[in-house]
Design a protein around this ligand. Sequence first.
Ligand code: ZN
Length: 273
Amino acid sequence: MPELPEAEVVRRQLQHVLTGAVIERLWIGRTDIVRRGLASRAWFARARIVGVQRHGKSIAVVCERGAETRVALVELGMTGLLLFAPEAVPSARHVHLVMHIAGGPPLRYWNARRFGGVYFLDREAWRAYCRRRFGPDPLTMTEEAFTTLVASGRGRVKPLLMQQRRIAGIGNIYANESLFRAGIHPHAVGRRLSRRRIRGLFDALRRVLKEAIRLGGSSIRNFTAPDGRAGRFQTRHRVYGKAGARCPNGCRATLRRLADDRASFVCPACQTR
Ligand SMILES: [Zn+2]
């Protein structure tokens, strides 16, 4: 599913193509894909797009009309895509919303599953939504804030990294990859980790996320960028989906999928609690 790097790749392309453009109209195929604000959809026709922001794994298209600001906030969910390239649309029947742009390519929201959705929010509702849902972004939060967060964790560190309200944007792939690079077991308990190891995790996490953004994200399942291009970071995955392979650190151990936590992949030698 799209995580922070994939959402950031989407955001950058949308920002580049849409900033300054005027929305001609919105086509909504199935109204239940709009989770909030359906009645305000007419407002967006003739609104000007002033920028595109990312909150965790979510994308906010920021629009202005007169003195008013509203956003079309898109949750990509498990399989959601935002696409300009018509040839990249996997199947027309799962295109649920199309934003028609004056003098530009239409933006399609495609989603094969019901997870995800679109929220039409005014400025206040947008702020409240973000406050409720998203913790700090790992690319902009301080090392000190991250250390405090992890060091106060009473539970396992991996689920903590994936709690969007505590820190936004990390899912299973990037949690596995950064824990491996930091040499920390997914079941390690946050408050038992030394400050030094937590700082190492912060470095690993940021390095992984930045490299993934640079390579266009991970194209696991169906992910492509709005221009239709697939990401390449899946070729740099070291543990995710690699059970049975030799540890890439050269320690001679075999990578394992944890029996009681099937989403977690580890090197039993390199990753400790
Ligand atoms: Zn190893």
